[in-house]
Ligand binder design. Structure first.
Ligand code: 2AM
Ligand code: CA
Ligand code: CA
Ligand code: CA
Length: 269
């Protein structure tokens, strides 16, 4: 993607994200229509749909040649990552949006020919924008994020981890994952994959491990984490496929092998 063009798209995307965030904040106390999707705990609200519709209409009008891959159905049927693709989660952390009224984010990754060029994760209620352009570093607001700590040791790591890892599940032996929890310094569960990626980039989490995420949960985060020297793969260490669901481990590279080889690989069913 041409640098001047990328800069233009970046500024436009930031403007739309901030505008969408403002709208969400202004309607935070409106009555919500909440539906469920795949199961009773998989929520979607009118705010998720309205926010996605906002992005889709703006993008289609200004960039008719771009594609949209998004959660709530306003995007395109994408079968290839060729060209410019906006990968959008209008509200990441819908359960937090509904129940906690905080700790949710707008997540937008802009990819060109399958390469992540722009990542934006906007913590709406805290008004904090994490952003990155490939090769240009990652930012929290106006502040450039430093490269990840080279000295972090496995037993000092704090890992974002959903509690389902510790319940009986189809992917891993939970007893080995319980041992991992004992061996590291601590775990956190924030309930927004995008924010957990942002925290890995910020260095306040050393990794984030998750069983099954969609492209829109991770597209922006991968660009941002990459810019501070972090790495993202499936839990088997394979490359992420942006057209499918993936298990995900994003982390400081210092702890990647430890966790994937010594725990996840042994726990893998
Ligand atoms: P969402 O809020 O956009 O659905 C919650 O731990 C994290 O997992 C959120 O980032 C959430 O994104 C994501 N997630 C992905 N698939 C989910 C599902 N089926 N149900 C609930 N959360 C899901
Ligand atoms: Ca959802
Ligand atoms: Ca999501
Ligand atoms: Ca969502």
């Amino acid at each position: 993607m041409d640098e001047v063009y990328r800069e233009e798209v970046y500024h436009q995307a930031v403007e739309w994200v901030l505008e969408a965030g403002r709208t969400i904040r202004n309607h935070m106390n409106d009555p919500l229509t909440i539906d469920t999707k795949s199961n009773a705990n998989d929520l979607v609200t009118t705010m998720d749909k309205d926010t996605e519709a906002f992005f889709a209409s703006r993008i289609k009008k200004k960039y008719p040649e771009h594609f949209i891959l998004s959660e709530e159905g306003f995007g395109d049927e994408i079968r290839t990552m060729a060209g410019t693709v906006w990968i959008i989660d209008p509200i990441d952390g819908t359960m937090n949006f509904v129940h906690q009224k905080r700790n949710f984010a707008i997540s937008i990754g802009i990819y060109h020919d399958n390469i992540g060029e722009i990542g934006l994760i906007y913590n709406v209620m805290d008004d904090i924008l994490y952003s990155a352009k490939r090769g240009k570093g990652a930012y929290k607001g106006e502040t450039r994020l430093p490269l990840l700590n080279q000295d972090v040791r496995f037993n000092e790591a704090i890992i974002g981890l959903n509690h389902f890892w510790l319940c009986k599940n189809r992917l891993v032996d939970e007893t080995i994952m319980q041992q991992l929890v004992r061996d590291i310094r601590g775990t956190r569960t924030y309930g927004s994959a995008a924010l957990e990626f942002a925290y890995v980039a910020e260095g306040i989490l050393d990794g984030y491990l998750t069983l099954s995420l969609s492209p829109w949960d991770i597209a922006a985060g991968m660009v941002i984490v990459n810019e501070v020297g972090g790495v993202t793969s499936t839990i088997d260490g394979d490359k992420i496929n942006m057209l499918d669901k993936n298990s995900v481990f994003t982390c400081n590279p210092q702890i990647q092998q430890n966790i994937l080889e010594d725990y996840v690989r042994k726990a893998r069913k």
